[in-house]
Design a protein around this ligand. Structure first.
Ligand SMILES: Cc1ncc(COP(=O)(O)O)c(C=O)c1O
Length: 472
């Protein structure tokens, strides 16, 4: 019989078992909401549930959640979890404090500050600033907020002016900029899309033209985001050339490095972000390429103090007290009041690997990406859609007819079988698999099995379709 006093050791045991075994297990069969609703009792009852019931719930929760710790999980820009990240997350949970003030989170505050200093140095900023955010999307929103408040300081108090503020992002940029434009009252219509070349990189000449037209129409362009590692293709915008244009038109230049920021640690691949030291700010998610666990998102800027001046307002009556340590409070520089100490898991992972360990991990991923591309080129049934820029490998099962539908069907069957979890993307009306090479243990055997499964399912669906056509 379970009792409340044994819950934590038992939970630790099942989490530990899950962590140790999941790496070698499949991703698990996908289920639709109704199947899950039948299998799991979600009702909060009037009477308390006992420890045994709750423990069963926890076991079932683990079972019904897709396994993202295996190299077969290639669906998103993260896969796997470093053990120190998990340890850091547990410590953060058990200390259960808030980053609002230094006095309640002295360790969390210093860990975050020191980590940000280290990251800023890697960017090339000796006196930069930064904060963790609840995701890369929100880090991108912070970039828009601080840029807007710097360029139009009156908005913080007076609200949106009677001006059309314009922001530029590439057509391959992440959708979070549009969300942010909505939240900040800039408006979706004011997000102007810059064309990309066939590799998915922003065309600087189009940015220049759009900025010029915008000014000539009496608008107020103030911001451009370059992407370091686009979501679908993994492309890197040419930062140096975009920087020249941003200077000419007085635009705040932000780099969305949510995906590709970690490449800064690799001397072999860092050239992708050439010129990063000249930009105004950057988003960087370490939970993606470094495996530090969700969420590990950073907003970094070379403008020290701008986070505080942009966000600071209120709270002096009860939380931000005058004292000699008040300047260490991170609450006034944040969107939030209460905030989780997410830095510890990143810091522990980084310390355990060292800059060098991360560099090796990233270089290995790039090598594996080249192998994946070469393997695809060898299968006559598969077609490489784009020359990979980094760790996103875009390919599809070939077909002369209904190729988009067929590839969507293959993915669905693959997820039903439950061995692999891989995403599909549609760009310029073509649908294809987006294989993400990010799990540090992903090897050629996993890739061989994935490609074989895709080909097997593609052949089978084609046969079934042909059979149906003959019958009708
Ligand atoms: C380029 C890019 N920016 C931002 C984001 C959003 O990051 P998050 O999921 O941490 O909000 C993503 C997510 O995949 C991304 O690919």
């Amino acid at each position: 019989m379970k009792s409340d006093s044994t819950v934590l050791p038992d939970v630790f045991r099942i989490c530990f078992e899950h962590y140790n075994t999941a790496k070698n297990l499949p991703t698990g069969k996908i289920k639709n909401p109704n199947e899950i609703l039948r299998e799991f009792d979600f009702e909060i009852k009037k009477n308390p549930a006992d420890a045994a019931e709750l423990f069963k719930d926890m076991q079932l929760y683990l079972k019904l959640t897709p396994n993202t710790l295996t190299p077969n999980f290639q669906n998103q820009l993260f896969s796997g979890l470093n053990q120190y990240a998990l340890a850091g997350d547990w410590l953060t949970s058990v200390t259960n404090t808030t980053m609002a003030t230094f006095e309640v989170s002295p360790m969390g505050t210093l860990v975050e500050k020191k980590l940000i200093e280290h990251m800023n140095r890697l960017v090339g900023w000796e006196n930069g600033d930064g904060t963790m955010a609840t995701g890369g999307s929100n880090a991108n929103m912070i970039s828009l907020l601080v840029a807007r408040n710097k360029m139009f300081p009156e908005i913080k108090k007076e609200g949106q002016l009677n001006k059309r503020l314009i922001i530029f992002v590439s057509e391959d940029a992440h959708y979070s900029f549009e969300k942010a434009a909505n939240i900040l009252g800039i408006g979706l219509d004011q997000v102007k899309k810059i064309k990309t070349n066939p590799n998915g990189e922003m065309e600087p000449s189009h940015l220049e033209e759009m900025a010029r037209v915008s000014l000539s129409e009496g608008e107020y362009p103030f911001f451009v985001a370059a992407t370091a590692g686009t979501t679908v293709l993994g492309s890197f915008d040419p930062i140096d050339r975009i920087h020249e244009i941003s200077k000419k038109f007085n635009l705040w230049l932000h780099v969305d490095g949510a995906w590709g920021g970690s490449v800064l640690l690799s001397s072999r691949h860092r050239h992708h972000l050439k010129g990063i030291e000249n930009v105004d700010s950057m988003t960087w998610d370490t939970h993606k390429m470094i495996g530090t666990g969700l969420m590990s998102s950073f907003f970094l800027t070379k403008h020290n103090g701008i986070l505080r001046s942009s966000h600071n307002h209120g709270g002096e009556d009860y939380i931000f007290h005058e004292s000699e340590i008040a300047e260490w409070d991170s609450g006034p520089s944040s969107l939030q009041c209460g905030r989780r100490s997410d830095a510890l898991k990143v810091w522990l992972t980084w310390r355990s690997l060292g800059d060098l360990g991360i560099e090796i991990q990233i270089d290995n991923l790039f090598t594996m990406a080249i192998k994946a591309k070469e393997m695809i080129l060898e299968y006559k049934e598969l077609e490489l859609m784009y020359e990979p820029s980094s760790l996103n490998i875009c390919f599809r099962y070939r077909s002369v007819s209904d190729v988009n539908t067929l590839n969507k069907k293959i993915r669905h069957r693959l997820l039903e079988e439950g061995n692999f979890f891989i995403n599909i993307a549609t760009r310029k009306k073509e649908t294809f698999f987006r294989l993400i090479i990010v799990h540090p243990d992903l090897n050629e055997t996993h890739l061989y099995k994935l490609f074989s499964d895709i080909i097997r399912l593609g052949n089978k669906i084609k046969e079934e379709t042909e059979f149906c056509m003959v019958k009708t």
